[in-house]
Ligand binder design. Structure first.
Ligand code: OGA
Ligand code: NI
Length: 366
């Protein structure tokens, strides 16, 4: 049976062509903006359910995402981290030992890269992340319902050595320094998080969660129509732990019940959040919480630099820690092979659905 294409089909056909043209231009969102546009291409329009401005924005007090001082007494720190990790799933840390200069340099040098000429950046533009480093707009450009207003450079930092020749020279040294500093801090944080669970403090380290590192830098340029799109749509992070630094523009929000809460910009602080894998490993003690970034409505670009931590061995199975399982607290999740799990994440793209539900054991007794 032949049917004439529906209006919807026509739109999706046009959309695919437009997406391809944009991707092949290798301009990124920044290059597109610099071309002088005053309205955004319609493939950036988000479906209404992804947009924040339909309802009046409700935000709770700033203190919902706590700022934790790592220089306090260990038992206090363990307590504060456990409390945040098991409720909001997000916290910021200060007095963390990562030199301010390392943070400033990585933000500044990433900004330098994004503000380079189109000709320079184009050489790095591709979406084959398997090569170890890739710069593009939206890793899920062709999967998502609406594109988001940001460009991204991603570099695999471990377990293999980074493919430095694929990383722009402007930001190589700063990324290497940031990665090194963040790995030291992550070891400390993982041990604090394990202590909060009441398990051996080296547990996450022994699972090689410090080895699998992906460093991602996002660039959120000014958006001429911020009410129609997003910087990054709502999602949870798939990995174990995420650590983020940002410049002073702001726009990151965390879901807290039915509300979205702004993550206040605290100069020099590092934002930490629990990923789906740690929610699974902790058998739901710690929470991987939805977050998003609004499309940038100010003139200056927003920059963030993030490191995602994951066990480096992807062929093995992972699941709730046996130490946390008892007759009273049975395992809530099935064991999973990390490789399959990560494939699932990259195949679906950022669609607002967490992977934890896929592996959740449904209790037929209610
Ligand atoms: C992410 C993310 C937030 C930000 O990359 O998963 O949530 O502020 N980024 O860039
Ligand atoms: Ni995220």
């Amino acid at each position: 049976m032949t049917t004439s294409p529906t209006k919807h089909d026509e739109n999706s056909y046009d959309r695919l062509t437009e997406l391809k043209q944009f991707d092949e231009s290798k301009l990124g969102v920044k290059g597109l903006l610099d071309s002088g546009i005053t309205t955004i291409p319609r493939f950036f329009h988000q479906p209404p359910e992804n947009l924040p401005f339909l309802k009046p924005k409700i935000t709770k007090s700033k203190s919902t995402v706590p700022v934790i001082d790592l220089s306090l007494e260990r038992s206090t720190v363990v307590d504060q981290i456990r409390k945040s990790a098991s409720t909001v799933g997000f916290f910021q840390i200060v007095n963390h030992g990562v030199p301010v200069k390392v943070i400033e340099s990585v933000i500044n040098d990433m900004e330098k890269f994004y503000e380079e000429s189109n000709e320079y950046k184009m050489k790095f533009y591709h979406r084959d992340a398997a090569k170890g480093a890739a710069y593009s707009t939206n890793f899920d450009l062709f999967q998502s319902q609406g594109a988001s207003w940001r460009d991204t450079l991603q570099v695999r930092m471990g377990p293999l050595d980074p493919a430095w020749d694929l990383v722009p020279e402007i930001c190589r040294a700063a990324l290497a320094d940031w990665d090194k500093a963040v790995a030291v801090l992550a070891e400390q944080l993982m041990s604090l998080l394990c202590e909060g669970l009441g398990i051996k403090s080296e547990k996450l380290k022994e699972l090689l969660c410090l080895e699998g590192r992906l460093c991602i830098s996002h660039y959120y340029p000014h958006c001429p129509q911020p009410e129609l799109t997003m910087g990054i749509t709502s999602h949870t992070d798939p990995g174990v732990l995420t650590m983020l630094v940002q410049n002073d523009v702001g726009g990151l929000q965390v879901k807290c019940g039915e509300d979205w809460v702004d993550v206040e910009v605290v100069p020099g602080a590092i934002v930490i959040n629990i990923g789906d894998m740690l929610q699974i490993m902790s058998n739901d003690e710690y929470k991987s919480v939805e977050h998003r970034v609004l499309a940038n409505n100010v003139e200056r670009a927003r920059i963030s630099v993030v490191v995602f931590f994951n066990p480096s061995i992807r062929e093995k199975t992972y699941g709730p820690f046996p130490e946390l399982i008892s007759a009273k607290k049975p395992a809530i999740y099935q064991e999973l092979v990390l490789e399959e799990y990560m494939k699932r994440f990259f195949a679906k793209g950022i669609d607002g659905r967490t992977l934890t539900n896929v592996y959740r054991i449904h209790n037929t007794n209610g």
